[in-house]
Design a protein around this ligand. Sequence first.
Ligand SMILES: [Zn+2]
Length: 54
Amino acid sequence: MADTYSGEVYCVKCKAKREVTDAAVQENANGRRMAKGTCPECGTTVTRILGKNQ
Ligand SMILES: [Zn+2]
């Protein structure tokens, strides 16, 4: 299953929040979900911790 996330994610390169769409949602070993997307401004990979089952 491929969950996606759309919303604000902080870009460390731009040092600003960017709006991402269709970021891939992954679950790590701790059961935490993370959204992994691409900054629309600079193309850097951006991640956001989503927390459990949100
Ligand atoms: Zn950026």
